[in-house]
Write a protein that binds this ligand. Sequence first.
Ligand code: FES
Length: 107
Amino acid sequence: MKKFTLGKSRDHLFELVPEGRIKKMKIGTKTLGLVRRGSECFVFDAFCPHRGALLTEGQVNDRNEISCPLHQYRFELKTGKVKVGYCGDLETYPAILTEAGLEITMP
Ligand code: FES
């Protein structure tokens, strides 16, 4: 497991990741998506487990589910569980907001 910290502080992270927006980022060789709701952050694979569309171009609803722009399958951001659609779950990564920024744990 590897830990990465995004931002220099909690406030800096809030500036980098506006509430409810979907951010695309790279950590190592992985392309990831990030959504912040208040002080809760969700980090997930940027590519849809169905056919690989870019989820960061999708939409997040008020139940913290992301819908894919290609076929509108929906995934729960917290667990990655597929809510609408027929494919495997979305890969998600633990992310904890600390005073030093967002700590993301990668396998
Ligand atoms: S590629 Fe995402 S739902 Fe089909």
